[in-house]
Design a protein around this ligand. Structure first.
Ligand code: PGA
Ligand code: ZN
Length: 434
């Protein structure tokens, strides 16, 4: 009998580096048919409290406490042997096995970094064995729509050494016929922003933060938004109509729990005052979405904002839902959001990520497939975004290799699809733009 080429023959792991110089887990899966899948776990800086646990060695003598040798050993000694001999196409069985080996609810024993790299490497090995690009293997023949990129071109919060409370100021090039045209407009805007910031604030303002966006010495939220508006105009585009604006507040990181206030723009705002502030900014600027506008437990405040913005501006949950179906269901019960961030390493396996996307989609919730602030050359999320026809992808500024790796992969996917390629910007009508 001929051997099934999809059977997992070997699983190996090693420690490699991410874009911050922190060690992370790379897993290599090889099938009997010779398909090789390689995946690397990313890492967040502004992590949600309810994310699956990233295992670190905390050994001060190694990589300043950041090494992941235990997670690597977990792949080599436990996760790998458990899935060896299984059919790499049976992603659910593989992921269930990984979860059983771990045995905890938050993946703290094996480590979500070990598990997500293994889970994704299996899918990539199966795709290689089937001689299909990952997006087609995962999404099938219907996969032909390129997501709208949300590019974080001014960095604040935990990603930069400035005083901006809001973590990400993003541009959303939606009014274009193709992904490549949209990306070109974004790059032109990025270049013009560099010029604008340098002229107005001096050369120090064009240093970049973790996700490749500029980290100018600003403090006020509106000042950063104004800079984006100017850059869009300088590049020859219409703010709102061609290129809209999005914010990721990552508000857990400027929330003072004891006083129940948010520290932003040199002020202390109550949740209600912050909600009014967001509404004010939305009145003034062509903002199409706001992510994590309140801290990660504030379902009620999310719901109040969603009620006011429904049909106009997306309220997107990241730290509040952490790619976790249970938390998404709670948010949906409370009508707390209209969009979700999808980060595979927040939950730890590919099939749970796909289930989360399905749940969101079936409830009419927009999805944003997302990188982490600590990234690598791994391009899995580009394929995932096309495979699930996500409306958006968030993968940083069009700068720094770990960010451009994803944009370049999307360009390759678009190129491969040729005339069949569709751009999500031509399908999705965004609110709050002219
Ligand atoms: P993180 O930030 O990867 O540092 O968590 C990204 C985000 O908050 O969207
Ligand atoms: Zn976020």
């Amino acid at each position: 009998m001929v051997e099934n080429p999809f059977l997992i023959r070997s699983v190996d792991a090693l420690q490699v580096l991410d874009s911050r110089g922190d060690p992370t887990v790379e897993v290599i899966v090889v099938t009997a048919g010779g398909g090789i899948g390689r995946a690397i776990a990313p890492a967040g800086a502004s992590k949600g409290k309810y994310e699956a646990v990233e295992l670190r060695d905390n050994d001060p003598k190694k990589y300043c406490g950041r090494s992941v040798l235990k997670a690597v050993e977990n792949v080599r000694h436990f996760l790998g042997p458990a899935i060896q001999g299984l059919d790499s196409r049976k992603q659910r069985e593989i992921d269930r096995t990984l979860r059983e080996v771990d045995g905890t609810k938050n993946k703290s024993k094996m480590g979500a970094n070990a598990m997500i790299a293994t889970s994704l490497a299996v899918a990539k090995a199966a795709a290689e064995t089937a001689k299909l690009p990952l997006f087609l293997y995962l999404g099938g023949a219907k996969s032909r729509t390129l997501p709208i990129p949300m590019l974080n071109i001014i960095n604040g919060g935990a990603h930069a050494g400035n005083e901006l409370a809001v973590q990400e100021f993003l541009i959303v090039p939606h009014n274009f016929d193709s992904f490549s045209e949209a990306l070109r407009a974004a790059v032109e805007t990025y270049k013009n922003l560099k010029k604008y910031l340098k002229e107005k604030y001096g050369a120090q303002a064009i240093n970049v933060g973790d996700e490749g966006g500029f980290a100018p010495p600003m403090k006020m939220t509106a000042e950063a938004i104004e800079a984006l508006i100017q850059a869009i105009k300088m590049a020859g585009y219409e703010p709102g109509e061609d290129i809209a604006i999005a914010l990721d507040a990552a508000a857990s990181h400027f929330y003072d729990e004891e006083k129940n206030v948010y520290r932003i723009d040199g002020r202390e705002l109550t949740p209600e005052a912050l909600r009014k502030y967001w509404l004010e900014l939305i009145e003034r600027y062509p903002i199409v979405s706001i992510e994590d506008p309140f801290h990660e437990e504030a379902f009620q405040d999310f719901a109040l904002l969603t009620k006011e913005l429904r049909g106009r501006v997306l309220v997107i949950g990241d730290d509040i839902v952490v790619t976790n179906v249970e938390r998404l269901r709670k948010a949906l019960e409370m009508e707390a959001l209209t969009g979700v961030i999808v980060k595979p390493n927040q939950i730890g396996t590919l099939s749970e990520t796909l289930d989360f996307v399905d749940e969101a989609k079936s409830r009419g919730i927009y999805t944003v497939i997302s990188h982490r602030s600590g990234e690598t050359e791994d391009t899995t999320i580009a394929h995932l975004a096309v495979a699930v026809s996500s409306q958006f992808i968030k993968t940083g500024a069009p700068a720094r290799g770990e960010r451009t790796a994803k944009y370049n992969e999307l360009l390759r996917i678009e190129h491969r699809l040729g005339d069949d390629a569709l751009y999500m910007g031509t399908l999705v009508k965004l609110g709050n733009v002219k």
